[in-house]
Design a protein around this ligand. Structure first.
Ligand SMILES: [Zn+2]
Length: 542
């Protein structure tokens, strides 16, 4: 990646140098203001139209919000470019050209698919396999690239930046900061609306949405397990064959599970399976990565990201448990396990329509578990689940039970009931998926086995004008925080643990913190960090 970036910037530098004849002159300050103006005006149509559709009709405040969004984007882009100029004046033009090219592609995805360019999405973009990538190669993408990318980059290349003293630029940068603070102060009445819609707006601000999240994603990928603090050595109280499957859901909210009292029958199969819905279960955060960090960590340490401990799968693996991680999603911390399989590998020898959906995670899983040489097997299945905005695309046709469904990725263009129908169908499919996991565990002969299903966070479906998730936790509605946490135990497991469904669900509330200690408990694994109070399978607690 750095190599190809370097080549691209060399090429851009050459391109910009090779057009001396057709050029304009501009001072560094003018160039920076022009590039910032182009950025704010050209690449934020989805952001402005989001604002227009989420404002309560035409009003002065609404107008002020729109102008503030424009001004804030303009000012912060200018400020970043001023800082870049101080670091290296020569880099400003190539970076602006790269920004135009990148923005044009990002704009295509945001405008066409209503994609939220968050870290998960950038993970998808950076790791998309060829077959997925070619499905995006629509002629319209090239049109966007040409009109919003190549053309502005070509025009920027024509501008010759005149030398300027750093002092002069610093004065302009300082004035920009003052102007920014002044505007923010004067537009105080817009703050509430902007912070309320911040999670949706953030994914549409160019180029920061895609640049910052791509960097974040890469940094997380590069940060290897060696930086994680190892957890204390553990011992096992038994060596009996035990299989535990942890299914990590995506954007599933408790509200729409009939096991949690939803009026619609969205869990017909789970209801018959003897699965237990742990009451009052709350997520640690409203976005995937932080929730996974929390779920796989022994402590509810929100700063786990800056000072991570060894996550659960690596801890179990290091203690001789056979750990299998299968994923159709992103956002997990770096882990070291015996087998780590992504969607595309699982798809290779998968047959049938289910291979396009979460069922691909079950391909060959029973054989894999049965052939394990180890006594204890831990499987994590990280679902695609109810990933928005295209809920309708996350389940096979036969699960389109609640109709009509919203088939637009522009969620606010759908009738609310159509959106909820599509979402409920994903829950119905998850119900089926979990029933298959239960059947798989139930079929293992004489094996204590358990399933834990926990969603990473909930989802907003238009309540209070919010969609998707990622609203700051302190102000996020319950829809984004209340999650399904479902447990199923085989008869052998219940006998071995001397527990019952009632004992497992005796607590008044649950959180993702219970996962780590309950998995340790299921394997009779004990160490200094094990907290019996958080272990739902611990019979001694009652
Ligand atoms: Zn998520």
């Amino acid at each position: 990646m750095p190599g190809s970036l370097r080549n691209l910037s060399d090429w851009l530098a050459r391109a910009s140098n090779s057009c001396h004849r057709l050029h304009f002159r501009a001072s560094a300050v003018k160039f920076i203001f022009l590039a910032s103006l182009v950025n704010a005006a050209l690449y934020h149509r989805p952001l402005y139209s989001f604002a227009v559709t989420h404002l309560d009709g035409p009003s002065f405040d609404g107008f002020l919000i729109l102008v503030t969004l424009f001004v804030v984007i303009f000012i912060f882009t200018a400020l970043a470019l001023f800082l870049l100029f101080m670091l290296s004046a020569r880099l400003v033009k190539p970076i602006c050209m790269l920004m135009a090219l990148g923005n044009s592609i990002a704009l295509y995805f945001v405008a066409t698919y209503h994609a939220v360019l968050d870290e998960t999405m950038m993970g998808n973009v950076l790791h998309t396999d060829i077959s997925e990538a070619t499905s995006y190669l629509h002629p319209k993408l090239f049109l966007y690239l040409l009109v919003f990318g190549v053309l502005p980059a070509w025009l920027l290349a024509r501008i010759r930046i005149q030398r300027a003293s750093r002092m002069r630029v610093a004065i302009y940068a300082g004035s920009t900061v003052v102007a920014a603070l002044g505007w923010i102060y004067l537009s105080m009445s817009t703050w509430f609306w902007i912070s309320q819609n911040g999670s949706s707006l953030r994914g549409m601000v160019m180029p920061w949405s895609w640049v910052i999240n791509a960097v974040r994603h890469q940094a997380a990928q590069l940060g290897g397990p060696q930086e994680q603090t190892p957890l204390p050595a553990a011992v096992f109280a038994s060596n009996e064959k035990t299989v535990v499957i942890l299914v990590i859901g995506e954007s599933a909210r408790a509200q729409n599970f009939s096991l949690y009292g939803y009026a619609r029958s969205t869990n017909p199969l789970l209801a018959e399976s003897g699965a237990i819905a742990l009451r009052n279960s709350v997520a640690c955060s409203t976005y995937t990565r932080a929730s996974l960090e929390c779920m796989l960590s022994h402590t509810d340490n929100r700063s786990a990201f800056s000072d991570p401990y060894e996550p659960l799968p690596s801890y179990l693996q290091r203690h001789g448990i056979d750990v299998v991680w299968r994923t159709k999603n992103w956002g997990e911390p770096p882990i070291q396990v015996q087998s780590y399989q992504r969607n595309r590998e699982l798809k290779q020898d998968c047959g049938g329509p289910g291979c396009e959906y979460d069922e691909v995670l079950l391909n060959g899983l029973s054989e894999r578990i049965r052939s394990s040489k180890q006594q204890k097997v831990f499987v994590v299945l990280h679902q695609r689940g109810s990933h928005g905005p295209s809920y309708y695309a996350e389940y096979p046709e036969r699960f389109e039970v609640f109709t009509p469904v919203c088939k637009s990725v522009e969620l606010n263009h759908c009738r609310n009931e159509e959106l909820v129908n599509a979402y409920d169908n994903t829950i119905l499919y998850t119900d089926y998926f979990l029933s298959r996991v239960i059947a798989l565990l139930d079929d293992l002969p004489d094996t204590p086995a358990a399933l834990m299903y926990v969603s990473d966070h909930g989802e907003s479906l238009g309540e209070y004008g919010l969609y998707l998730h990622g609203t700051p936790f302190a102000i996020a509605p319950g829809f984004q925080k209340d999650i399904p946490f479902i447990v199923w135990m085989s008869h052998d497991f219940i006998d071995k643990k001397k527990i019952s469904a009632a004992k497992v669900n005796v607590r008044d509330s649950h959180s993702q913190e219970n996962v780590f200690h309950s998995v340790m408990g299921a394997f009779d694994m004990r160490s200094d960090i094990y907290d019996a109070q958080l272990d739902i399978f611990n019979p001694d607690e009652f």
